[in-house]
Ligand binder design. Sequence first.
Ligand code: CU
Length: 497
Amino acid sequence: MVTRRVLLKAGLGAGAASVFSGAVGGLAAFAQSGPVVRRSLHDMALDDPDLETYRDFVGIMQARDQNDPVSWLQYSLMHGRYGGGYRYCPHGDWYFLPWHREFVLMYERAARALTGNAAFAMPYWDWTVDRMMPQAFTDPSYKGKPNPLYVSGRTLNTSNWPLPDAWVGADVLKSRVYAETNFQLFGTSKNPNQDSLDMAWVVRGGGVQGFLEGTPHNLIHNAIGAFMPSAGSPRDPIFFMHHGNIDRIWANWNALGRSNTADMTPTDRNLWLNMYFDKNYISPTGALYGAYPRDLQDTRALGYTYPGLPQPDGLLPDQKRDAQLLSILGAEGGKIENLLVLPAANTEAATLRAPLVKRVRMSTAMQAEVVDSGAGPADGVEVFALIREMAVGPDVSSVRVFVNDDAVTANTPSSDPHFAGEIGFLAHPEGAGGHEGHEKALPSAMIELTDTVRALSKRGLLGGDQLSVQLVPVLRDGARDGAGARVVPAAVEIIVV
Ligand SMILES: [Cu+2]
């Protein structure tokens, strides 16, 4: 039996969870009569039919009366308002993936209807391969006319570009996305208080963000700037290329043989599958409609697929480990056995001048278990930092997490052996909330420290019976260090499973 832990212990051997660029040529798109094949922008000519159709569609939508339900502005307002709050779009809970799947589809269908190209498939931007913004979106003009895919004011010449390995590299996707076998750890967990199918739960957040949402999803939104860090992000046409790739990663994950719901309790399964996103979407004729996650699990049933989907890899969920992690996230009420939680409640701020340092006692024997990758009866041990309910200042774009180095600064590079990960925050208007007319929970996220602890051990940088975690905020582009440049988490917990 190969579980995630056995795989980790073996160092994520080649072939176990390979990398899927999905950058396969366009032939497949023409040979089909079933689902359309969404294709990568990689190698796509500027006058490729799908790109031409998308460009035309955006132009048509922008040229319409912006009070018409079928217009660029009104479609985007179902997600949220630029300079205002989120409307229906969920972030920070387990509806993040299915809600956005239907949202991309809503635009794909409208593009077919409004351009008359029935074969259109929404392209996607595979930022794991193409680390700069695709040229079709950055040229101000196309064929002598203004390019509808161009948005001025994007922040594309900062130190975030090209997108770094720590966000989108093959290794980090392999170990933190594809080797995860539990949906809620992969795609963000449930708000632990959710007890009904009331739609208010969808936008409330309150789950713990996994790597996919917290790191590549949030950080790429922020790196692009202009509309993209805000609730009005769908006003930038790149939104659908970015979310297309998030959607493809979910499809890859399922194709590996991972189930969205098999590990859920019957109660949770019902709450996830049967939530109704009522009137959250607009049809190509302007009618409001809804969708259920239960109908959003199979892209072929929705009329599209992706090239290069992987075969099942046979990796089995480690049920005990998953139950332990979910219980600590509060996502399920199961009892905790053999779970070590080193809690550290907090009221201090992480600032640019002084990282927030949380130190916990961890025996050298426990450290050795984490580090040990030799043969033995027990599966490999993993370590996580769970950072709960972060009050994030308006000038903060992300927080970077380090292990065992109190001397880190905002400029310590992600290649530093102490670096463990980076968690992005979308921009919210004044106050903690940012959803229109309803409460929004503060963001929580989990960062895996296992690889970092092992790397530190190799260099002799572990020592004593303590482990420390440092949090350093990163400023938004153009922001200044000041009162708005702080992050105060309610707790930082080190979890060993
Ligand atoms: Cu969104």
